[in-house]
Design a protein around this ligand. Structure first.
Ligand code: TXA
Ligand code: MG
Length: 328
C-alpha cells in the first residue's frame, strides 16, 4: 500500500517538475522550494516572498556528490566541510556552474549549496533528482517558520504543496561560509559554529562586516515579529519589564539559558508574560522563532530579551536577536 508520506512526496516532486512551489521541512527552518534550474518557478518564489530579486537563493541538493554539478570549482575546503557537516546546517558559497541560472543567484556568479539534514527534505531531493532553490518560507523580513503551521499562517494558498515534517530541530538558519576567495569568510552564523569550521579547516575564518553583531541601530530589520523587540542586559530584564508594564505596555520577556537571575526576579502580572527558551543554547535556537511568533499571538507590544554571548550557537542567537531588534 502506498503511504500518505509517499503520496505527499510524489505530489511534491510532480509540483517541482511542473514549476510549482513546494514548502518543505529542513533541520533549520522550512524552505519555500522550486526547481533551481527553472527561471519562471524561481521568479515565483521572489513574488510570493515579496523578496527583492537581487537576494540570492540557496540551492539544496541530495548529497555532497552533487557538488561538481552545481559548482564550477570545488576547492579542498569545500570537500572537507561537506564531508564533515553534510547533511547539516551549513551553506557553502562556491563559483556557480553554468547550469545555475543567475535568476537563482540574484545575478551573482556564486551559488550557495547545502544538503539539509531532514529525512523528508532528503527524500524529496533524491526523488526529484535536481537542485531545489529555497529561501525560508516566510514573507520577506518576517520571522522564519519552524513548523508547517507557521508556513500555512504566513503563505497560505501561495504554496502549491506543503510537506509537514514536524518542528525543525535546529531552529535557526544555516551557517553560510563563502569559499570563493582566498580565505573562508563567515556570512551568517548558524547551526554549525564558526569554532567547528575553524577546527575542521585548521585556518581562521574571516568575519564579514554585515554578519557581525553591531549596534542595533545599524542593522536593517529582519526576522522581526510585529511586536517591537528590545534588547537589555540580563540583569536589567525584570526591572525593564516592570517599568514598561507600568506604562501600560504588554511585555513578553524571552528568557534565555543565561537569564536564571531574571527568572527569579520576574513578576508575571497582567502586563508581563514569559516566553521560556529553555536551558541550553540549542534549546533556545530551536524555540526562538516560535517564541517571537507567540509574542504576536499573545498581542505583546514589546519583546524583551538579553543578548546571549556570541560564542558557539550563541553567535547565531545573538545575530537573529539583533536583527529582530533592528529599525523597521
Ligand atoms: O537554513 C537555511 O539556510 C534555510 C533553509 C530553508 O535551507 N534557508 C535560508 O534561505 O535561510 P534564505 O534565503 O532565507 O537566506 C539565504 C541567505 C540570504 O541572506 C542570501 O543573501 C544568502 O543566503 N546567499 C545565498 N546565496 C548567496 C550567494 N551566492 N552569495 C551571497 N549570499 C548568498
Ligand atoms: Mg530568510
Amino acid at each position: 500500500m502506498t503511504s500518505t508520506y509517499d503520496l505527499d512526496l510524489d505530489r511534491a516532486v510532480a509540483a517541482l517538475r511542473e514549476g510549482r512551489l513546494v514548502a518543505f521541512p529542513t533541520e533549520t527552518v522550512y524552505g519555500l522550494g522550486a526547481d533551481a534550474e527553472n527561471e519562471a518557478a524561481v521568479a515565483r518564489i521572489f513574488a510570493v516572498k515579496e523578496r527583492p530579486r537581487n537576494h540570492p537563493l540557496i540551492v539544496h541538493v541530495a548529497s555532497a556528490q552533487e557538488l561538481p554539478r552545481w559548482a564550477a570549482e570545488v576547492p579542498a575546503a569545500a570537500e572537507q566541510l561537506a564531508a564533515a557537516c553534510w547533511p547539516g546546517p551549513l551553506t557553502l558559497l562556491l563559483r556557480k556552474a553554468a547550469r545555475v541560472p543567475t535568476a537563482t543567484t540574484g545575478g551573482l556568479q556564486s551559488v550557495g549549496l547545502r544538503v539539509p539534514a531532514h529525512p523528508m527534505a532528503l527524500e524529496l531531493l533524491r526523488r526529484f533528482g535536481g537542485g531545489v532553490a529555497a529561501p525560508s518560507a516566510n514573507r520577506f523580513g518576517r520571522v522564519s517558520p519552524t513548523s508547517a503551521a507557521h508556513v500555512r499562517a504566513d503563505l497560505g494558498d501561495d504554496v502549491d504543496v506543503l510537506l509537514d515534517g514536524g518542528s525543525c530541530d535546529v531552529g535557526v538558519e544555516s551557517t553560510i561560509v563563502d569559499l570563493t576567495g582566498t580565505v573562508p569568510v563567515l556570512l551568517r552564523p548558524g547551526g554549525v559554529t564558526v569554532e567547528q569550521i575553524e577546527a575542521l579547516l585548521g585556518v581562521s575564518v574571516g568575519r564579514c562586516a554585515s554578519a557581525e553583531v553591531r549596534a542595533p541601530g545599524m542593522l536593517a530589520s529582519h526576522y522581526a515579529p510585529r511586536a517591537r523587540v528590545e534588547l537589555v542586559p540580563a540583569a536589567a530584564l525584570a526591572e525593564r519589564a516592570a517599568e514598561l508594564s507600568r506604562r501600560g505596555q504588554r511585555v513578553a520577556v524571552m528568557l534565555a539559558p543565561g537569564d536564571a537571575a531574571a527568572r527569579q526576579e520576574l513578576r508575571a502580572d497582567g502586563g508581563v508574560f514569559v516566553l521560556d527558551l529553555g536551558g541550553s543554547d540549542a534549546d533556545a535556537a530551536q524555540r526562538l522563532y516560535a517564541a517571537l511568533r507567540q509574542a504576536d499571538v499573545d498581542s505583546a507590544d514589546v519583546v524583551l530579551a538579553s543578548v546571549p554571548e556570541s560564542r558557539g550557537l550563541g553567535a547565531a542567537l545573538a545575530d537573529r536577536l539583533m536583527k529582530a531588534a533592528g529599525p523597521r
